[in-house]
Design a protein around this ligand. Structure first.
Ligand code: NCD
Ligand code: ZN
Length: 345
């Protein structure tokens, strides 16, 4: 069996920088024509000039693959309306990313509350520049499994209302609450969904022991939420589209007393999504989810190249290089049923 799709885009990707970035970029370039690159480097990508320099480094590492990095800026307390105007006028910067400070990996540069950023958000709304959101509250008293649902009710709902023309993407949604909110929200509100949140529930974190390779933020949730995400992704609703949140970490950082958050899926993203859509009897909805709806939301042309997949078993390697360390990819050592034949130009 064979599957031919418009070449997909990854609307949420962590590439890191330097030698680590050079190790992983080929995985994304093999599957995706474009990717929205997250700005959570240390220090963060805060300005258009920094985004341009980072983009050039990614392009140099991707060689002549044709892979196009689409850039984001990190919303910090220092972000100015003037920088927003530069970003909105720039062809390479597509969005600004909100990380509530302390919510996840490299989020320390983020904002503590939104009040200090109202002018910036107002300018984004005026110019139609999308805000991508890591949607979790950071109050340590809120149960970690409830942080996304609390963010949706306490922060996102008022934000969507207050800035009525601001395009918003709730990133890597993990709950039935987030899916229902996005489905019912005003125009201009969408969500990305990862392969790992479609494939696993929180039992994966504790199967036979503690499994750091399944730890990411927002953390995996219970089965009823996973099912709600599969329903959203496979429903054909254009508000839900593909974003892997592939997040490379060295094995030494994940297999540790305090293991860091992030799951690496770039090596197998399309085979993993295809598996989910096939199990749901919705393979015909994979193409719009992976290749149409995100481009439409961000108002960029759909790709003309095509990606071919084949029903063929292959074994995921136990590790990949990450600079001078290694990472453990999702499904390391396991056999997957869909294989990428190739991405045409
Ligand atoms: C991401 C990372 O490692 O940069 N980690 C994660 O668990 N998803 C950050 C993020 O997107 O939250
Ligand atoms: Zn992410």
């Amino acid at each position: 069996m064979h599957l031919s799709l418009t070449a997909p885009d990854d609307w949420h990707l962590h590439l890191r920088d330097g030698a680590r970035m050079r190790s992983v970029v080929a995985h994304s370039a093999t599957l995706f024509r474009r990717a929205l690159i997250m700005p959570n480097l240390v220090p963060p990508v805060e300005t258009v000039a920094q985004a341009h320099a980072y983009r050039e480094r990614i392009l140099a590492a991707a060689g002549g693959s044709g892979f196009e990095p689409l850039m984001t800026l990190y919303l910090t307390p220092r972000t100015t309306p003037a920088e927003v105007r530069r970003a909105a006028a720039d062809p390479h910067v597509l969005a600004i990313k909100l990380y509530p400070a302390g919510a996840t990996t490299n989020s320390d540069a983020g904002v503590r509350g939104l009040e200090g950023s109202f002018e910036v958000l107002e300018t984004m709304a005026e110019l139609g520049l999308p805000l991508c959101i890591h949607g979790e509250v950071t109050d340590p008293n809120v149960d970690v499994f409830d942080r996304e649902a609390r963010f949706v009710s306490d922060v996102l709902a008022p934000l969507v209302e207050r800035f009525a023309s601001l395009p918003i993407v709730l990133e890597h949604i993990t709950t039935a609450e987030a899916a229902s909110f996005v489905r019912a929200a005003r125009a201009g509100v969408a969500a990305t969904i990862t392969a790992h949140h479609l494939l696993y529930n929180r039992n994966a974190l504790f199967r036979g022991g503690l499994r750091p390779d399944y730890y990411c933020l927002p953390v995996l949730k219970r089965e009823s939420h996973r099912r709600a995400l599969v329903t959203a992704a496979t429903s054909g609703d254009p508000r839900f589209f593909l974003g892997t949140d592939s997040a490379p970490h060295p094995r030494s950082g994940k297999h540790a007393a305090c293991g860091c958050a992030g799951i690496y899926t770039a090596h197998a993203a399309l085979p993993l999504y295809a598996q989910v859509f096939e199990s749901a009897g919705a393979l015909h909805r994979l193409e719009p989810f992976a290749s149409h709806f995100g481009a439409d939301f961000y108002r960029v042309p759909r790709n003309t190249a095509r990606l071919e997949l084949r029903r063929e078993s292959w074994q995921v390697p136990g590790e990949y290089e990450l600079g001078d360390e290694v990472l453990t990819p999702l499904c390391a050592g396991e056999t997957l049923g869909w294989k990428v034949v190739g991405l045409g130009q």
